[in-house]
Structures are given as structure tokens and as C-alpha cells.
Write a new protein. Structure first.
Lengths: 404, 60
């Protein structure tokens, strides 16, 4: 009887379908809200990570050089790195196309790197002079930087793959909350104009209207950022899948051959130049050394990207024989890695200049308000319906519909 | 505030804003030059502006 009285108070009909959607909305949101709040809050500084990085960067400045000064040879940079860290393994060399810098990534050994991907450290060279500008220690050994802390809380909660999959699942629940929110928005708004905010009547009504308004105007953005967040969290398994299928098939003919030793390796600069000459329309970005987990034991993997706005987001690997230096093949990327590459900018918001980043921050803040108001509404509603149920139970003789 | 609204009416503004958001997200990604970038900023800022106007109206 109490139940009946409560449902009759509502302005909308609680059809079975609507009840189901309300149930989905309530529980998908409640389960994911705490983590989503963490993701939204840590996401704020991450949107501006380039700016914060630049501000906090303590590297030596780039040398002033004449226009057209060529880059130093990668061979020289690699040799300098080996001299600085004798006995260590070079993981990859990255050539920036934006700033005059070359990054060399090293680890104590491939085994150590495979056991812990964060056991990697880097040396930043001035691309024009070959001078060392900055060195980092392996992740966490020097204490975490602010952005590393934010990124870990945002992406994996310091739990590696398990954390990535867990937060990916939370993002899926967030999408379920948005979809169910869409389904219940219509019935809720049957008697209200779009954008109505009943500020004067009660605090609950005001926040209900704000929750609905802010949720519905940001739903397009939130769906895209949520869905691309899920895809980004799947990057480790997607790259592993590619390694197990396409890459393995390509390397199958070489199975069992001796892996090249460090002393046998051909010049990384030559590998870089070979790829650059073979693909003049592409920008060559990095050389990954043979033995890398997402790579080949026999080849340098030279990564290239396009030059158009869209294609500059799409990376293609080219294999170069690590002994002879001969170009072997360009590897085609499967659709799921292309989707992953496209979902990066759509998640990070870093592809449309500073105004886009500011809009991203504002939309993120609005999402925080939607999440917070959702928890508030649940709390107030559950308290109210408990109180109502108790008072109805205390008056068993009240006639049906008395609460109306 | 009276009378029942059709779904088409209820979703007129929200679907327009969602379409604008998606357009804004894609135009900056696919265009990235000339007027596509400012167009993207305007499209993505519109939902925020609409929300701000509604909230301002509710307060008045």
C-alpha cells in the first residue's frame, strides 16, 4: 500500500520498461561514480599536460642554431647513451618532429623491461648538438612527478593491466548510465520545457533539474569520451593480440634463427634513413630496437606517421633487418589498432589548440557536477522513500491514495 | 509547464546539441586547419552556453 502511494505521487508513469531503466541508471551510476569522479578530477590536469609539463620541465634549453641545421646522427646519440649506461639495453630512439629533441629509452635488460614496463629511463638529447638536456630515472625511483601520479590514478590505479581493465569496466558502466539516462529523460520531461530549472521550490527539485539539464546537454561529448576511454584502456590487450596474430605470422619464416647480438646491429641512423627514403610522404618518428615485446627479435621497427591532420594520428611500422639494414616490409595495422589510434585524440582533447582544451576542462567540470548531483539525488530520494514507507507502515488504516 | 510533450519535442534541443557536439569533435579532428578549428570550438561550446542560459533563466 505504501509503495502504491509513493508511485502515485510521481508525475510520470512507472511502466515496467521505465522501472528497468531506472534500476539500470541507479546501479550503473552508483557503482562507477566514485571511480568516475577520480577519473574526472585527475583528467583535469591531464588535459593540460603539455602545458604543465612545459612549466615543470627542468631540462636544459635547446641550443640556438642557424635555420636548417641538420640533426645529429642517431648513431652518435646511441653511442653516447651506451657510454653513459654501459651494459644496459637500448629500447628505442624517438625523434620529435615538433621540438629539436631526440629521446633514447633504456632499461637494464630486455628481461627487466618485459617484467616491468616502467623499469625504463630516458635521456633527452638536443637534436642539433647532441648535448644531453635531461635524464630521468626509471618510473617512481625518483618519486612520482605530479603528472605521473595523475596519469596512474586516471589510467590504472597503480595496478597495471588489472587496473586498466577495471577502470575500463567502470567506463563501460558510465556508458550504461548515460544510455539509461537517455531512456528515462523522456518520461521525466513529459511535463517540463527543455532547460527548466525549478530553483525556487525545493533543493531536491533544483538539483534534479540541473542533473537532467547538464547531463543531457553534455551527453554527446560524454559518450565519445567514455567510449574512447574504454578503447584506450584496452590498448595493452589489443597490441598483444596484434603481436600474437599479424606480427607472429610475419616473423614465422624466421622462427629459430639466431637473434642478432648488440655487436651485430646495423646502424639505427641507416635504418631511419632507409625508411625515410622509401616512404617520402611519411614522417619517421622512432626506431624500436630488436627484442622489444611489441616488435621483432630480428628487426628494427621504424614507426612512421602521415602528415595530414588525420593521418598524423595513424602510425605504421616498417621492419628493417637489424643485421643487414635492408628494408623488409611495411606492416599493415589492423582495424582495431587504427580505432585505438583515433580514440586517443578524441579522449585527450589535445587536437584543437588551447580553446579546445579549455572546453574539455569545462565539460569535464560539468560531468563532475552531474556525477555529484546524481549521488545527492540518490541519497535524498532513498532517505525520503524510507521515511515515507515507515510512516505508511505506521498508519495501516490510511486509505489508498491518502498521500496524494 | 502543463500538457504532455511528445518525445520529438522533448528531444529537439538535446539531439541538436548532441549532433553539434559530435560535429565539433570530428571537425577539429578531420579539419584541423582554417575555419574548421574555430567551428569546432563554437560547436562544442554551444551546449555549455545553452546550459548556462537555462540556469541563468531559472535563477531570474
Amino acid at each position: 500500500m505504501g509503495e502504491q502511494a509513493i508511485s502515485r505521487q510521481r508525475v510520470y508513469e512507472r511502466t515496467p520498461a521505465l522501472r528497468r531503466w531506472l534500476f539500470v541508471h541507479k546501479w550503473s551510476s552508483l557503482v562507477c561514480t566514485l571511480f568516475l569522479l577520480l577519473i574526472c578530477i585527475t583528467g583535469l590536469p591531464l588535459v593540460l599536460r603539455d602545458e604543465i609539463d612545459g612549466l615543470l620541465d627542468d631540462a636544459l634549453p635547446y641550443a640556438q642554431v642557424a635555420e636548417g641545421t641538420p640533426n645529429v646522427s642517431l648513431d652518435r646519440v646511441v653511442e653516447a647513451s651506451r657510454k653513459m649506461y654501459p651494459g644496459e639495453t637500448i629500447i628505442s630512439v624517438f625523434v620529435d618532429d615538433d621540438e629539436p629533441k631526440i629521446m633514447v629509452f633504456m632499461a637494464s635488460s630486455w628481461e627487466a623491461f618485459k617484467a616491468n614496463r616502467r623499469a625504463i629511463h630516458s635521456i633527452r638529447f638536443d637534436a642539433h648538438t647532441g648535448d644531453v638536456l635531461k635524464q630521468t630515472k626509471p618510473f617512481g625511483e625518483d618519486g612520482l612527478t605530479f603528472l605521473q601520479l595523475m596519469l596512474s590514478l586516471h589510467r590504472d590505479l597503480f595496478a597495471g593491466l588489472a587496473g586498466e581493465l577495471f577502470l575500463g569496466a567502470m567506463a563501460l558502466l558510465f556508458i550504461a548510465a548515460i544510455v539509461s539516462g537517455i531512456a528515462i529523460y523522456g518520461p521525466f520531461m513529459r511535463k517540463l520545457d527543455f532547460g527548466t530549472v525549478r530553483a525556487a521550490r525545493s533543493r531536491r527539485l533544483k538539483w534534479l533539474d540541473l542533473h537532467n539539464l547538464l547531463g543531457v546537454v553534455t551527453l554527446g561529448w560524454a559518450l565519445v569520451v567514455g567510449a574512447t576511454g574504454v578503447i584506450n584502456e584496452l590498448s595493452t590487450p589489443l597490441f598483444a593480440l596484434w603481436q600474437q596474430t599479424d606480427v607472429r605470422a610475419m616473423l614465422a619464416p624466421l622462427q629459430g634463427r639466431p637473434v642478432p647480438q648488440t655487436s651485430e646491429l646495423s646502424s639505427p641512423q641507416a635504418a631511419y634513413d632507409t625508411v625515410k627514403a622509401a616512404f617520402p610522404d611519411m614522417t619517421t618518428t622512432s626506431v624500436v630496437y630488436p627484442g622489444a615485446p611489441f616488435g621483432s627479435p630480428f628487426h628494427y621497427v621504424v614507426w612512421t606517421k602521415g602528415r595530414e591532420p588525420l593521418t598524423s594520428r595513424l602510425f605504421s611500422p616498417v621492419l628493417v633487418d637489424a643485421r643487414s639494414g635492408a628494408l623488409v616490409a611495411a606492416v599493415t595495422m589492423p582495424w582495431y589498432l587504427r580505432a585505438l589510434e583515433l580514440s586517443r585524440p578524441l579522449h585527450f582533447g589535445d587536437y584543437g589548440g588551447m580553446p579546445l582544451k579549455i572546453i574539455w576542462v569545462l565539460l569535464d567540470l560539468v560531468t563532475i557536477v552531474v556525477l555529484g548531483s546524481g549521488v545527492y539525488l540518490w541519497f535524498v530520494r532513498s532517505r525520503a522513500s524510507r521515511a515515507q514507507a515507515e510512516s505508511a507502515a505506521a498508519m495501516p488504516l490510511a486509505s489508498p491514495g491518502a498521500a496524494e | 509547464m502543463s500538457g504532455r510533450r511528445t518525445l520529438a519535442l522533448i528531444w529537439r534541443w538535446p539531439s541538436l546539441l548532441a549532433a553539434l557536439s559530435i560535429f565539433g569533435l570530428l571537425s577539429a579532428l578531420l579539419g584541423q586547419t582554417g575555419f574548421w578549428l574555430p567551428l569546432s570550438w563554437i560547436a562544442l561550446a554551444t551546449p555549455l552556453a545553452v546550459a548556462a542560459i537555462c540556469i541563468g533563466r531559472g535563477r531570474a
